[in-house]
Design a protein around this ligand. Sequence first.
Ligand SMILES: [Zn+2]
Length: 67
Amino acid sequence: MNEKRYQDQENVYHSFICYKCIANEETSDHLAACPVDKEIWKQLEEKIAEKIWDSISSDSQKKVDQH
Ligand SMILES: [Zn+2]
């Protein structure tokens, strides 16, 4: 009985591997902590920060630098 259940879990495991890192089971826990996702978010945040910084006038940038 236990053996059967284990096999079923293994089948689920193989059909739900995270397609981003191809190394972990795609559980909701993993999706929240996927290392590939974190890297994408980090890059996205840097791009957004750059855009915001560019949209600030150079006068405001000087003010921020003084802090
Ligand atoms: Zn992943």
